[in-house]
Ligand binder design. Structure first.
Ligand SMILES: [Zn+2]
Length: 272
């Protein structure tokens, strides 16, 4: 049962994550345009919309609204420019990162709506955060338990909220430093507790990598698949075993664990 569940999740993740590979397939069944690329309307209609109305792209990354989705689409269908060699997200060519002060106090709450799993989520968040905190003394995720009873994106006493979600689209999803306040949350589906060799600690470590500004390592040309876009800057040489590299995208690790290259990458962006 557990194996079946795991395989089903992996298949779902692979389909949802590799959006660059999905586009040609969509085009093949598109009767109303003659090109190899779906129209924006087709792309938008086929993009999963989350519980808060945002769009989910690249498997677990949030886009606020249709205007932002249009920009994402334009980059996706534009000319691909391979860039040579962890990678940081960029917005209009600028690193998408926290200030030195903010990254040393990234406060969060864990919603009591997790119920009997609340303590498990608190522990997994702490151990996922610890992966990055151990790599750089500049990083500090601060759990604020007093906000747990009102743990939503509207709670201004914390930078972000950690909330449960029920979806078959992803195991968990996060946000980037540039994401608007109203969408700065980490959403976690119950499947996090049955994801085989991907431990909750490593899954949340991956999501917190996005929170710190890191993109999926498999968008780099060296992976040969799962291309997303070129809005990023390399911090290290390509690392097929990175915590930010999905195993099913020609990755060389099967457990999403953190590598020494990941630790070098965060030092390169935020300091030691
Ligand atoms: Zn991700």
């Amino acid at each position: 049962m557990r194996l079946t569940r795991t395989l089903a999740l992996a298949a779902t993740a692979a389909a949802a994550l590799c959006i660059g590979a999905v586009i040609p397939a969509a085009a093949a069944t598109s009767p109303d345009n003659g090109s190899d690329v779906p129209t924006f309307q087709e792309f938008a209609a086929s993009t999963f919309r989350d519980v808060d109305g945002s769009y989910i792209v690249n498997g677990d990354e949030v886009i606020s609204n249709r205007g932002e989705l249009r920009k994402f689409y334009d980059v996706l269908v534009g000319p691909a420019t391979p860039i040579d060699g962890l990678i940081v997200n960029t917005v209009s060519g600028t690193d998408d990162k926290w200030s030195a002060q903010q990254v040393g106090n990234l406060t969060y709450c864990v919603s009591t709506a997790f119920g009997t799993r609340h303590a498990d989520v608190v522990n997994a968040m702490a151990s996922g955060a610890a992966l990055w905190e151990a790599a750089s003394s500049k990083i500090k995720f601060q759990y604020v338990s007093s906000a747990d009873g009102n743990c939503t994106t509207r709670n201004k006493s914390v930078v972000f909220s950690v909330e449960p979600v029920q979806t078959t689209q992803y195991i968990a999803r996060a946000f980037f430093p540039s994401t608007p306040d109203r969408q700065q949350n980490v959403l976690i589906d119950d499947s996090i507790w049955s994801s085989g060799s991907w431990t909750p600690t490593n899954i949340l470590g991956h999501e917190l990598g996005h929170v710190l500004g890191f993109r999926h390592e498999h968008t780099r040309p060296e992976s040969g698949t799962c291309f997303e876009d070129n809005n990023w800057r390399p911090l290290t040489p390509y690392d097929s075993a990175s915590i930010m590299h999905y195993p099913q995208c020609n990755g060389s690790s099967d457990d999403l664990s953190m590598t020494s290259t990941d630790r070098a990458g965060i030092v390169a962006l935020y300091g030691n």
